[in-house]
Design a protein around this ligand. Structure first.
Ligand code: AVI
Length: 375
């Protein structure tokens, strides 16, 4: 996942770190969300970039204070996010894994052998691998080195080149027949895929409910851009010969009784994740925040259908950041994240506004999470 720190905090994105968090789980262990042990840690940026510091200052000096969610995912933030994914209250990650495991054979049965998987924000391959290991339902080898696998190639897209190289190296060991073509890019900007290959089909993949951390407008723009990127020249003439699909994972739960503990867990992990933003600004941008003087607050905003995270100042104070004074009134909040939860009809309107149509939809037995195959 990736970040756009030039954008307003409300519209900025997201998350190379969130999905790479698995590899940097506690104590430098390299365990993935599905328990697989991975081998290479991802190098971290040394400091908040000048651009990010500008975005932080811009947000903190606005009348309603915000911070870019991009700042969550330093090494400590990734470690904490990994802990979040293991919390009993945080249903998203494990529900999506189970759903992927059960639906992957059906998803891939809709594709011809020799397809290419294009993952947006691929900071590790754990979810993609569920798809990559699927074989042609007819069981007939297609004569290619990857045997009867549905996917012949995998294009992981992320801003972090070292993470992409690590993915390529791990897959070279585990799936020698698979061609891995990493693309280092910010998926919120136009992306050029490698020159057209001989794939039979292309499938975009955007799991993790990362779409929920985008504002709805940028989310539609992302889906529209992905559609343009994935469709080959000559489309729609070439659609029959080279189908293009997109697999989207998103959170559909809009029950505050389940959402609030997921974003404000009793063990306080999400609170630490939220406060780490301030600790990071202290470490990397000359901040003088006392993180413990800010309370974590998760709020369900029914009108916007989103969970909001805030940090609430427990006292009136002045804090320094990058040489500038920032004043806080007692009870003043910093809005740090939105996590949109989509009713099917709303998501349908969004994907259709982006030019896609829903071909298949799957959900878990409790109706918490959705996987949609778009055409
Ligand atoms: C990465 N993203 C999908 C997470 C979410 O649920 O919105 C980030 C997160 N924030 C608090 N807990 C988890």
């Amino acid at each position: 996942m990736t970040y756009d720190d030039e954008a307003e905090p409300e519209t900025s994105v997201v998350f190379s770190g969130a999905r790479g968090a698995a590899r940097r789980a506690s104590g430098g262990q390299n365990a993935s969300p599905n328990g697989q042990v991975l081998t290479r840690p991802r190098p971290e940026a040394a400091a908040v970039s000048a651009q990010a510091a500008r975005a932080a200052l811009g947000g903190l000096t606005a009348p309603r204070k915000t911070l870019p969610p991009s700042l969550f995912y330093d090494e400590e933030g990734c470690r904490l996010f990994y802990e979040i994914t293991k919390l009993p209250e945080y249903y998203l990650t494990r529900t999506e894994f189970r759903l992927l495991e059960t639906t992957a054979p059906e998803v891939t049965s809709l594709l011809p052998a020799g397809a290419t998987l294009v993952e947006y924000g691929a900071s590790d391959e754990t979810k993609a691998e569920i798809l990559l290991r699927q074989t042609n339902p007819a069981g007939e080898p297609d004569g290619e080195p990857n045997g009867d696998s549905v996917f012949r190639s995998y294009i992981p897209i992320d801003v972090a080149a070292p993470a992409l190289r690590a993915i390529r190296d791990r897959l070279a060991d585990r799936r020698p027949g698979l061609t891995v073509i990493p693309v280092t890019a910010d998926f919120m900007r136009p992306i050029a895929l490698p020159a057209r290959r001989s794939e039979s089909a292309l499938m975009g993949f955007f799991p993790g409910s990362t779409i929920g951390n985008l504002e709805p407008g940028p989310a539609v723009a992302f889906l529209r851009r992905a559609r343009l990127t994935l469709h080959p020249e000559g489309w729609p003439r070439s659609e029959a010969a080279h189908p293009v699909r997109f697999l989207l994972g998103f959170d559909t739960c809009r029950d505050p009784a389940r959402l609030l503990p997921a974003y404000d867990d009793p063990a306080g992990v999400t609170a630490r994740f939220n406060r780490n933003l301030l600790a990071r600004l202290n470490r990397e941008a000359g901040g003088t925040f006392d993180p413990d003087d800010f309370a974590h607050r998760a709020v369900w905003n029914e009108a916007e259908s989103r969970i909001e995270m805030h940090l609430v100042s427990r006292s009136a104070r002045t804090v320094m950041l990058a040489g500038q004074k920032i004043g806080f009134a007692r009870g003043e909040t910093i809005h740090t994240e939105n996590s949109y939860k989509y009713a099917p009809e709303r998501m349908r309107a969004m994907v259709e506004a982006a030019g896609w149509s829903r071909q298949r939809a799957w959900t878990d037995p409790d109706g918490l999470f959705a996987l949609w195959l778009l055409a």
